[in-house]
Design a binder for this molecule. Structure first.
Ligand SMILES: *Cc1c(COP(=O)(O)O)cnc(C)c1O
Length: 443
């Protein structure tokens, strides 16, 4: 199938995610391009006509070590020869056990009980249900509400949308939702002239404290994305917020849920983002990068305190939640191979050097007169552009014209590349980003 055939058949038969399908209609040139990908390798995607695109957003933040990585490919192929899948209730298998043990060690043993699911939103649902049920099992039935941050994103299923504050995803379904209490974001961009990044973090923590003073008897958990609120526009904040939030959760008796679905797996510079605050959550959600970007997998890691509250003779006190593909062996093997790559390539140290290089190369973008709030956290690079609301779409197109996959969030430009870019690829990215910025502003 050539590009045009694949594209037309896709538009006829596939309902694409997060997409107004109307925008893909019309003739070539006027319509929003739909890119038919036939293969991928390293940081590059290739279409049916041999055109290539640098995957500078890691295919929606999931890919860590490039596409078609020989080590991950081999691990999945090997697993495929022995066990493709088996149910995880009443049965177990080595990939699920080894992955749970490895993740537990990465958290210093603080979160030693792994509950598996298949996608990020399910991990959020699990964490919320666990937090509620934890308090219920402890005889605190009144603790059944949640606190979430303004601008937070935790997935788009009905429960997860209740703790998500991204109007474009949430508002259409508001009547279906059980909305959480929203507290101010610690977003560093809210610093007043002369203030440092910790000032908005402290203000936001004071607002959280005020809410908890009043309502803590009814609150089961606080859920947040540590260090970077990704989907709402790469809002970055000072780790002090996490320290203050942790101590408020202890003082007012609520669980802290860290959603590291986007920021985990080395993305912010440490393996887990919360490590930078020297704290541990009670529940930790992982997905996206955990399988190296290969297969749907998510996991909620729980502390001993949470886990033990469910142990009882009574079945109803157990966490009776499941997904058909819970702990899929192929996905767990892909995750284990991904963790091997972290260790063997010393990826976190490599990323520090690579991130510094890319930050220097992005200087012409970051210092552009239309650009506000240039920022970086580990391997996330972002800035806001002073432009009309149509800018994001024009930029997306202009980037594709330059063989670059970059998909702005509103007027926030960001790059979140896989951890394997060569020097030449980083130059390609920064030059393309600057070119697309100029082109989209001029149009
Ligand atoms: C992507 C994301 C989710 C949802 O994960 P899905 O696999 O898309 O359901 C939840 N939380 C955060 C922080 C995310 O970035």
């Amino acid at each position: 199938m050539n590009n045009e055939t694949l594209l037309q058949r896709s538009l006829a038969a596939v309902w694409h995610p997060c997409t107004q399908m109307r925008q893909h209609e019309g003739g070539p040139g006027e319509r929003l391009p739909l890119v038919p990908v036939v293969r991928a390798s390293g940081a590059w995607l290739y279409d049916a006509d041999g055109r290539r695109y640098l995957d500078a957003i890691s295919s929606w933040w999931v890919n860590l070590f490039g596409h078609a990585h020989p080590r991950i490919n081999a691990a999945i192929a090997e697993q495929l020869q022995t066990l493709e899948h088996v149910m995880l209730a009443g049965f177990t298998h080595a990939p699920a056990v080894e992955l749970a043990e490895r993740l537990s060690r990465l958290c210093g043993g603080a979160l030693g009980h792994a509950f598996y699911a298949s996608d990020g939103a399910s991990a959020t649902e699990i964490a919320l249900k666990m937090a509620f049920h934890f308090w219920h099992n402890r005889g605190r039935e009144q603790k059944r509400e949640f606190v979430a941050l303004s601008g937070g994103y935790h997935g788009e299923t009905v429960g997860a949308l209740g703790v998500t504050d991204v109007p474009i995803f949430r508002d259409a379904y508001a009547p279906l939702l059980r909305a959480a209490h929203l507290v101010p974001s610690p977003d560093a961009r809210l610093a007043l002239p002369g203030e440092d990044a910790a000032a908005p973090a402290r203000r936001a923590a004071a607002a959280l404290e005020a809410l908890l003073e009043e309502k803590h008897e009814r609150i089961a958990a606080l859920i947040l994305e540590p260090l970077v609120q990704a989907a709402s526009g790469m809002a970055m904040y000072d780790p002090e917020y996490l320290q203050l939030a942790r101590s408020l959760c202890d003082r007012f008796e609520l669980l802290l849920i860290c959603d590291e679905i986007a920021v985990g797996c080395g993305r912010t510079g440490t393996f887990f983002a919360h490590e930078q605050a020297g704290i541990r959550p009670d529940l930790l959600c992982l997905s996206k990068g955990i399988s190296g970007g290969y297969l749907p997998l998510s996991v909620v890691l729980a502390s001993e305190t949470v886990y033990s509250a469910f142990l009882d003779e009574a079945t109803a006190r157990a966490f009776l939640h499941s997904h058909s593909y819970t702990g899929n062996p192929l996905a767990c093997r892909a995750a284990l191979a991904t963790l091997d790559l972290f260790r063997e390539s010393d990826a976190l140290a490599q990323n520090r050097a690579r991130g510094d290089t890319l930050e220097a190369l992005l200087e012409p973008v970051f210092s552009h007169p239309a650009v506000r709030h240039p920022r970086r956290c580990g391997m996330i690079f972002a800035c806001d552009v002073d432009a009309d609301p149509g800018f994001g779409r024009r930029f997306y197109r202009a980037a594709l014209d330059r063989e670059l996959l970059l998909r702005p969030l509103g007027n926030t430009l960001y790059a979140m590349p896989p951890y394997i870019l060569s020097g030449a690829e980083m130059e390609f990215l920064s030059e393309g980003m600057r070119g697309a910025l100029e082109a989209a502003l001029a149009e």
